[in-house]
Design a protein around this ligand. Structure first.
Ligand SMILES: Nc1ncnc2c1ncn2[C@@H]1O[C@H](COP(=O)(O)OP(=O)(O)OP(=O)(O)O)[C@@H](O)[C@H]1O
Length: 720
């Protein structure tokens, strides 16, 4: 195994016929394609690996899988053969062989003790799971030897659920049985040593005993392997039917009870979306929906990461088909990780999607080219951060990259930019709440005694009061979960604006202007704002289970972002032209359902995410002053932070000011300038940079320019 690469074991299990073998084989193909030397093992008594790869992989030895560039080997363990081996080793020591032998020696008492072990029964009709336990222990023997050291991923296609469950309790049972046999053998050995020497059996017995002892040790290792959270993961495969989901739930419960690490659920054979369903398909789809909902509310399954693999219209056989299945399943894995990325983006940039038509109106149609360019640059600088992280395994966060490049000053600068960005985003959220609630309830006024507060300010205060208790929470898991809805909410807003244009009568008649040179700086700063999210890329990269897909996740995120933001910019500008507001929701026709949905969506989102923004800042203040254990001080700090954002939200006169400031200054620094200069510093001795060096310097210069000009455009932003 390459130094630093930890070997991982993946066990795929579930009800018979749900697609365990197909998923195991495609996962193995995926690992191999990502540069992990991999072994895929079948311990299912009814092997189908050979069928799945459309190659003969039988024989009980490692067989190279053809059709891949990277090493992938398959191993079909013959459970019958493995069991026979076990049977012969045991019989020599304590089975019927020894029993007969002892009877003939008049050692009936010991023979009775043997009867208690029910060994004969165990060997003649082995309980389900025994085959598999022995098979897995055989694999352990294989992979532990030096020559198989290079393999960093071992994927097991296990037997159906019932076997797996029994297998889990088997190691303990066998461990105890074999232990007893060995003890008994020792007793017999001392009582009959003189007689045995006459028969000349001593050597063969000792030999067999060693074998049995070895088997026992391997059983213990199998048990440990199943429970090792660091290196093992049990992935449950299911299909969207009530029966399969119920069985998966039971399997998951039993696995958890046995302390087996289970985190993911593959829901295989999900009907792909279709515009026109036949009666059969639509019934089937309804059934599947019910089963999928069942997963979401099932106490055992609801917390697992669920990956859906679609039902395909061909049989999944052979490497190309498995590779295809890998891609469609990987997309699901990617989309899970991209959700994480998008969730972050939404935390910070929930408002980006609303401001993008305004940005286009500032720069004119030609500025769309700049929008694309900024997207490509930001994606590239994300990769630069990844390369910096790959250069040193100790680097885990963005401030760590700053420190790697420029020492403790680098760390401080990155921290300041990161936390300021978070803090300003929190202020933006407050302003957003005030603006949109005021739009919904234009006549509302707040009277506190003699103090009369205007509608917008009153709503900012109200929003502050609502979110305040959430900032006191220490565990934000629930909020983080809720904020995944951010991705969905952006889509909803785009759909609502589209609806307003197409159906509510606004139309897409505005021609706009080709280019507005004066507005280009504003447009640029707002565009950067849409693509920034780099502060947490390193944290996400560190926490990813499979880091090799980071770049794919990044590309996917940027493509999705570009499409969604691009669409919103174009439709918003076509609808309202130069009259579009910095938040397009403020333009939407009053009283229409689509406007209400759009506004409610933008309202709920910030409320759930606000605490997530303040948390890192509060945590570092508490860590810095070592106050994290004092609950009351912690609440005080968080309350103080929240109040300060409300006060600033009330005093910053116009939403666009804050967006422009964060967009231009902080975002361009964090997304363009810092990654470029950190990368150049970390790789300063690399001579291979060449043309790339010119590009990176140009990006750094552009980042610096946008940061500076962003300051000068504040005067241009006046309410329309
Ligand atoms: N997503 C899918 N779309 C279409 N067919 C699929 C899909 N997944 C699996 N299949 C097909 O279903 C059949 C059973 O799959 P597979 O052998 O992988 O299941 P299994 O759970 O390993 O079965 P067993 O428990 O019998 O070993 C195969 O013919 C396979 O090609």
């Amino acid at each position: 195994m390459a130094a630093g690469v930890q070997r991982k074991y993946y066990m795929l299990g579930g009800k018979g016929g749900v697609g365990k073998t197909s998923c195991a084989a495609s996962l193995a193909v995926k690992f191999a394609n990502h540069g992990h030397p991999t072994i895929v093992v079948s311990t299912d008594p009814a092997h189908s690996l050979s069928d799945s790869f459309a190659q003969d992989l039988s024989g009980g030895n490692l067989v190279p899988v053809d059709g891949l560039d990277s090493p992938l080997y398959a191993l079909e363990i013959n459970p019958e053969k493995a069991r026979d081996e076990f049977r012969s080793a045991s019989q020599k020591n304590g089975g019927t062989g020894v029993k007969d032998f002892m009877d003939s020696m008049g050692l009936g008492m010991l023979a009775d003790q043997l009867g208690e072990l029910k060994l004969g029964e165990l060997l003649d009709s082995p309980p389900p799971g025994l085959d598999e336990a022995i098979a897995i222990s055989k694999v352990m023997q294989f992979v532990e030897s030096q020559e198989y050291n290079i393999f960093s991923r071992i994927v097991f296609d296990t037997a159906p659920t019932g076997h797996t469950l029994r297998l889990l309790s088997l190691p303990d049972f066998l461990d105890a049985s074999i232990g007893k046999i060995l003890k008994l053998r020792q007793k017999i050995a001392s009582a009959t040593s003189a007689i045995k020497s006459v028969f000349g059996k001593e050597e063969s017995q000792a030999d067999a005993s060693g074998k049995l002892e070895q088997l026992r040790e391997r059983m213990v290792k199998v048990r440990e392997l199943f429970r090792d959270t660091e290196s093992t993961e049990f992935i449950i495969v299911t299909i969207p039917t009530v029966m399969a989901v119920s069985e998966s739930s039971r399997l998951c419960g039993s696995l958890k009870k046995e302390s087996v690490p289970v985190r993911r659920l593959i829901v295989n054979q999900v009907l792909p979306p279709s515009a026109s369903d036949c009666k059969f398909c639509s019934m089937k789809r309804k059934d599947q929906m019910r089963a999928l909902q069942m997963i979401q509310s099932d106490p055992e399954l609801m917390n697992l990461n669920s990956i859906q693999a679609p039902l395909v219209d061909v049989e999944i056989r052979g490497v190309p088909a498995l590779r295809f299945m890998d891609t469609i399943t990987v997309i699901q894995v990617l989309s899970m990780d991209s959700l994480l990325l998008r969730q972050y983006e939404q935390n910070f940039k929930g408002v980006g999607i609303l401001s993008i038509p305004y940005a286009l109106s500032e720069g004119g149609w030609l500025s769309l080219a700049l929008f694309l360019l900024i997207g490509i640059i930001c994606c590239y600088t994300g990769l630069l951060l990844q390369r910096c992280m790959d250069s040193n395994s100790l680097v885990r966060t963005y401030p760590d990259i700053g420190e790697l490049a420029f020492g403790s000053w680098g760390r401080i600068v990155v921290c300041v930019f990161m936390y300021l960005e978070l803090y300003l985003a929190a202020i933006e959220f407050m302003i957003l709440e005030g603006d949109n609630l005021h739009k919904l309830f234009p006549t509302a006024n707040f009277n506190m005694g003699r103090l009369k507060i205007g509608g917008k300010q009153g709503f900012v205060l109200l929003a502050g009061l609502i979110v305040l208790p959430t900032t006191w929470l220490r565990s934000l898991g629930v909020l983080a979960y809720v904020s995944i809805g951010g991705v969905l909410s952006s889509l909803i807003v785009v759909c609502c604006v589209l609806w307003a244009g197409a159906i509510d009568g606004v139309g897409f008649h505005e021609k706009g202007i080709l280019v507005n040179w004066r507005g280009i700086p504003t447009a640029l700063s707002l565009y950067v704002f849409c693509f920034s999210g780099h502060s947490v890329f390193p944290t996400i990269y560190t926490s990813m289970k499979d880091r090799t897909i980071f770049s794919k996740v990044l590309y996917l995120c940027f493509v999705l972002c570009t499409l969604m933001y691009g669409l919103m910019a174009i439709i918003g500008y076509l609808m309202y032209g130069q009259a579009v507001n910095p938040q397009v929701t403020l333009n939407l026709p009053v009283g229409k359902l689509s406007s209400k949905i759009a506004i409610y969506t933008t309202l709920i989102n910030p409320l759930t995410k606000y605490a997530l923004l303040l948390m890192p800042i509060a945590n570092s203040i508490e860590d810095w002053f070592e106050l994290s254990k004092l609950r009351s001080i912690s609440i005080l700090i968080r309350t103080g932070l929240a109040i300060s954002t409300v006060v600033l939200a009330l005093t910053v006169p116009f939403f666009g000011y804050v967006v422009a400031l964060t967009g231009s200054f902080l975002s361009s620094t964090a997304t363009m300038l810092l990654p470029s200069i950190c990368y150049l510093k970390v790789f300063k001795n690399s001579r291979r940079l060449g043309m790339e060096l010119v590009i990176i310097i140009a990006i750094a210069a552009l980042g610096a320019a946008i940061a500076v000009i962003g300051e000068t455009i504040l005067d241009d932003l006046t309410p329309r």
